[in-house]
Unconditional design. Structure first.
Length: 214
């Protein structure tokens, strides 16, 4: 396994709770990454302060300053590429990305989604699970492709849905799992245990036919 740190850029839109876990583990030396920059589409994203506190460079590329998604993504890509990241990590980045942008980062962009994909792609996943009477819910980490929440799923973690769960209580359960699963998957990539070739996932040189269940 390589001891070299994986250079990443993290994209956020909000509080950055998953970002904080990555920062904490990076600083503790338990996650072999170097966060080169944190970029947000919102200047008021609380996650920017988390990064600044840790001495990580921050940038705001405000989507409201651009006339369309295409022109925004061109500028965002330019800013990301200035840091030469090996991996782009979406951590609550609330933007639908253009196909050209996604294809530029093929096999180099990771997302965490609060559902057991392919169930509940898109938004409001917790309420949709409750409305459906789902007994099991959870979180998925996947590589990003142009299809919304449709890229190869690497790993998932499940939570039980209680009869009295609300959107908030279920979200809290799922977020606790996110904070364990996301750094774990990123560590696998950093240690070169997890690889993707021609859209197929390999873990410890064995082809993954189904997501790893945490």
């Amino acid at each position: 396994m390589s001891e070299k740190k994986l250079t990443i850029v993290v994209l956020i839109s909000g509080s950055g709770s998953n970002l904080q876990v990555l920062i904490d583990q990076m600083l503790a030396g338990t996650l072999p990454i170097e966060i080169a920059a944190v970029i947000s589409n919102r200047g008021d994203a609380a996650g920017l302060k988390r990064a600044e506190t840790a001495g990580i460079k921050t940038l705001v590329v405000d989507n409201k300053a651009y006339p369309d998604r295409q022109s925004y993504d061109v500028e965002l890509q330019k800013n990301i590429d200035s840091f030469n990241p090996q991996l782009v990590v979406l951590a609550g980045f609330m933007r639908i990305l253009t196909e050209d942008f996604v294809n530029h980062y093929t096999n180099r962009m990771l997302n965490i989604h609060p559902s057991l994909l392919p169930n509940y792609r898109g938004l409001n996943t917790h309420q949709r699970a409750i409305d459906d009477g789902a007994e099991i819910h959870g979180v998925s980490v996947h590589f990003v492709t142009p299809e919304l929440d449709g890229g190869p799923v690497i790993a998932q973690s499940q939570v039980d849905v209680a009869s009295d769960d609300t959107t908030q209580s279920l979200a809290a359960k799922v977020q606790a799992k996110e904070h364990i699963l996301y750094p774990r998957v990123i560590k696998w990539i950093a240690e070169q245990r997890l690889k993707i070739t021609n859209g197929e996932l390999f873990f410890d040189n064995q082809k993954l036919n189904a997501p790893i269940l945490d």
